[in-house]
Design a protein around this ligand. Sequence first.
Ligand code: G3H
Ligand code: ZN
Length: 305
Amino acid sequence: MLIRHFRIADMLVHIGKIINTKMLGKYALPAFNTQDLETTQGIVRAAEKQKAPVIIQTSEGALEYAGIEELAGIIKTEAREARVPIALHQDHCKDFSLIKKLIALGYSSVMIDASHLSYKENVKLTKAVVSYCHKRGVWVQAEIGRLLGSEDWQKVKKGSDLMTDPDEAAKFVAETRVDTLAVAVGSLHGIPVNPKVKKILKTLKEHIDLERLQAIRKKVKIPLVLHGASGVSDQEMRSAIKYGVAIFNIDTDLRVAFSKALRENLKNHMSIYDPRKLLAPATDALQAIAEKKIRLLKANNKINH
Ligand code: G3H
Ligand code: ZN
């Protein structure tokens, strides 16, 4: 696909510059979600400290919260000053018109999230997005199988019938020509905080189904994406890299680190009113967890790969 037609905004790199098939099985990149300045700065500082390329991604909710141009502007400005390559990706998008807007703003990759539709409908919508995006040098991620949130734990009880079927995944990729594929192999969006749900999910094998992932890898050659990576054990993340996961979506782990440090700081410094002083330790805590994830994925010292 002709990446050179893609207009790179500022210092952002095209996702195709940092995600490739050569990395598969060796290391992976984090796709960190952001919704504001502090989170974006924490992610960029972590990537610089670890000399790692990263994907920074926005959800529809984040764009609604911060404003489309505002949030894209923050990320692009931070990328311009960054010393590491940063790709901008739209996560879980259901709105084709929003996808068109984001491409004009410099997103080099978008996820069309149509897994709630029937297989046929998912293929139809994904093909339309792929045709539009590929003409503009933009990569498309789609999802086959159902990526649940921990709040869907009742559905999880049904176990594997919501997970990605290797044959269907291969058929889907051949029919749609997507560039990366989000697979449902046992991870869940979010981390269950309700102890009851936590206990139930543990017994329900809230773990990565590695045999399933291996079977998908045998049939699907494009980079795989693991959503819901917060709460997945380090060991399972490492194993998932072996079976071709190239991108790990991480959001909740960053939020938990940020909010815990912020609460602590607010509690211990009742006389401070300067948001910069209240937020700084939270950004540092987020940066620390982002660095930990970068090292876990072996993405550190990979800026010239
Ligand atoms: O798309 C975003 C990720 O799947 C976030 O999942 O909050 O469990 O890290 P997480
Ligand atoms: Zn996700």
